[in-house]
Design a protein around this ligand. Structure first.
Ligand code: C2E
Ligand code: MG
Ligand code: MG
Length: 631
């Protein structure tokens, strides 16, 4: 058997020679001065131990060396024994031991004593590493919960030993965990995992039979007897998670499988719970799903679509449909929105709601969006070439496209390539993109507008944004989706909100297009509220380009009025505006988003009034006043 290798570093040349001489009968030794190269030498050769003579090496260098060794997975298991003499300060020794050194020996001891100490250190190290290895084989090193294989083994054992019991397996993760890691750093991510592990442990322990562990990343598995209380417990855990951090909201995802067949493998049980967790939640308020066979079929279809994506893009299986936009004021079509469809060779026409989320998930959405934008530019180019004034066509911009300002150059280059004046290509950016990354999306919007594009805020009303946020973002048009306001039990309330939104948009001089308009009653409501533009099945469904080509071109050639949206249809609005300023008392129009109250419009007396109030009662006057306004 080859002798074990020892690396002797630090100290003087004479000390190293003395130590090497003492150890050469039992070990193969190498010597080196202390320096940066020691870590590299350790990485390059499998040393059994390093003997570091402290003489002449600074306190900081020793600490930094021991720290670097500890953090380097490849060499963290190589024990370091420090060599000391009578001149070495006692605190240097204890601090080195604290920083991870295994033991110390006196360099002035006899060769036999030195050999004995080194052998003991190596034996100690062997037994500690085998303990460590057996711990790692069963437990997750970060959370100290069971790892996947121990959890699965225990689940199968519990099922086998308790054939009459009904069990539930819950698979749990945090949907936006990667964001926590990238925003707060890996250390905070690990701390969060430990907190989650502690909570799982506390929860599961109330059951007589249970198993729990960390499967991988932020994914945990919990196996407990099934009780109807489970849903309530899951809801409660969501609240508990929300209290973990003020800086970010943790979005938990639970997939549950109720084990009917005890002979199933734990792997299969976990897969079923994963399918439940992955299935899109119909209701955003619900963070859990129970497994069903339908989910499995959906997942299979999604996987099939995902496999076909690249080929479909290459083969141009995606078709651009147009849905017309109508002006209530001019009573004619004024443009259209381009909406993509997938003409799948086997599955037929697939709507975007089914595949856009999949493209967003794997990042291919940018490629698909570019394809749609290019197709629309080609169309606009053809229309211009044939001597027509084209209508404005809007395209959708996914939030994934808005990761950097590069998108501005990309779209600008595209319109240049097809010689299309940018005003004809309108860009729809969804409201939630503005609230998720306000500064960047604001900058992108500003740059796009500077380059001549019109920017529409899509799906307004779908998220949590308030109208007051619009004061800070310069967009060209607001797209209000009727489906977010109607369809509720209280139709009247929905109507009131639409009217109020229209009023406020007017005050902000922001044109509005209502989309999802299906009924005559909606058209009448919008007309009364002063909404100028509408889009929806009532006026036309999305259809292949040829269907609307002629009517759109005719409307556009009529005149270019549609380029200058009318914002003053309702004289009544102007009248109200004037009244506002003429009222002698304080008057303000506010937008309340459930938490904060924002003033959208106020007259001068109101400002003065607030100034006085806050001067005198700075602590709670605003709250008090807010309550009064809300009432
Ligand atoms: P969106 O941009 O808000 O588009 C409007 C959606 O509402 C379209 O659904 C349209 O067909 C539908 N719609 C229009 N009028 C009515 C109506 O009166 N009643 C009802 N019930 N629905 C109406 P579609 O075409 O299925 O598109 C859904 C979403 O998919 C779009 O919502 C958009 O977010 C996304 N999408 C579509 N094409 C693209 C694209 O090229 N790129 C990206 N990134 N997203 C796209
Ligand atoms: Mg849109
Ligand atoms: Mg929309």
């Amino acid at each position: 058997m080859r002798p074990e290798k020892l690396l002797i570093v630090g100290g003087t040349r004479e000390t190293r020679a003395y130590l090497a001489n003492a150890l050469k009968t039992d070990y193969e030794t190498a010597e080196a001065e202390f320096g940066e190269q020691v870590i590299e030498m350790m990485r390059a050769k499998a040393y059994s131990a390093v003997l570091l003579s402290l003489a002449g090496v600074s306190h900081e260098d020793i600490q930094s060396f021991l720290r670097r060794r500890q953090q380097d997975q490849k060499i963290s298991g190589v024990p370091v024994v420090i060599g000391v003499n009578k001149n070495i300060d006692g605190s240097d020794i204890t601090e080195a031991l604290d920083a991870g050194a295994w033991d110390y020996i006196s360099e002035e001891a006899s060769p036999e004593a030195i050999r004995m100490r080194i052998r003991l250190a190596l034996q100690h190290c062997d037994s500690a590493s085998s303990q460590k290895l057996s711990f790692l084989a069963q437990y997750d090193p970060v959370t100290r919960l069971y790892n996947k294989s121990s959890l699965f083994e225990t689940v199968e054992k519990l099922l086998e030993d308790n054939p009459g019991r009904k069990f539930a397996y819950v698979r749990f993760d945090i949907e936006n965990f990667h964001a926590v890691n990238s925003m707060m750093g890996l250390e905070s991510g690990d701390q969060l995992l430990c907190k989650m592990a502690k909570a799982i442990e506390n929860y599961a322990r109330q059951y007589d039979l249970c198993a729990y562990g960390r499967i991988e990343y932020d994914i945990f598995g919990i196996f407990i007897p099934f009780t109807p209380q489970l849903k309530k417990d899951i809801e409660a855990s969501r609240k508990q998670l929300a209290s973990y951090s003020m800086e970010y909201t943790l979005i938990p995802r639970f997939g549950i499988y109720i084990v009917e067949d005890p002979s199933l493998s734990a792997e299969k049980i976990n897969t079923y719970a994963c399918i439940a967790a992955e299935s899109p939640q119909k209701n955003g308020a619900k963070c859990y799903s129970f497994y069903s066979e339908v989910m499995e079929q959906q997942l299979r279809r999604q996987q099939m679509l995902q496999n076909d994506m690249s080929k479909a893009l290459k083969e141009k299986q995606f078709k651009v449909y147009l849905q017309p936009k109508y002006s209530l004021y001019h009573e004619r079509f004024v443009g259209a929105e381009a909406l993509v469809r997938w003409q799948h060779p086997e599955e037929g026409l697939i709507p975007p709601g089914e595949f856009i989320p999949l493209f967003e998930k794997n990042g291919m959405i940018s490629e698909l969006d570019y394809y749609v934008w290019e197709t629309v530019c080609q169309l606009l180019h053809q229309w211009i070439e044939s001597g027509n004034t084209p209508p404005q066509i809007s395209v959708n911009v996914s939030r994934m496209d808005l990761a950097s300002l590069q998108i501005v150059d990309k779209i600008s280059a595209l319109v240049r390539k097809y010689q299309v004046p940018p005003k004809y290509l309108n860009l729809e950016i969804t409201e939630s993109a503005y609230s998720s990354n306000p500064e960047l999306v604001k900058a992108i919007t500003a740059a796009l507008r500077l380059n001549g594009f019109r920017v529409l805020m899509d799906d307004f009303g779908s998220g949590y944004s308030s109208l007051s946020m619009l004061k800070d973002i310069n967009i060209d048009e607001l797209k209000l989706d009727m489906r977010f306001f109607t369809g509720t039990d209280d139709g009247k309330r929905g109507e009131d909100i639409i009217v109020a939104m229209m009023h406020m948009a007017k005050w902000l001089h922001l044109p509005v297009i209502a989309e999802g308009v299906e009924k005559e009653s909606q058209v009448e409501l919008l007309r009364r509220a002063g909404c100028e533009y509408v889009q929806g099945f009532y006026f036309g469904k999305p259809e292949p380009v040829e269907k609307y080509e002629r009517i759109l071109l005719e409307s556009a050639s009529h005149d270019e009025e549609n380029m200058n949206p009318v914002t003053d249809i309702l004289d009544l609005m102007q009248l109200q505006n004037d009244m506002f300023e003429r009222v002698l008392n304080g008057m303000a129009l506010c937008d309340f988003d459930g938490e904060s109250l924002n003033i959208v419009h106020a007259n001068a007396s109101f400002g003065k009034l607030l100034g006085r109030l806050w001067d005198h009662e700075p602590a709670n006057a605003q709250e008090h006043y807010t309550e009064q306004i809300v009432r």
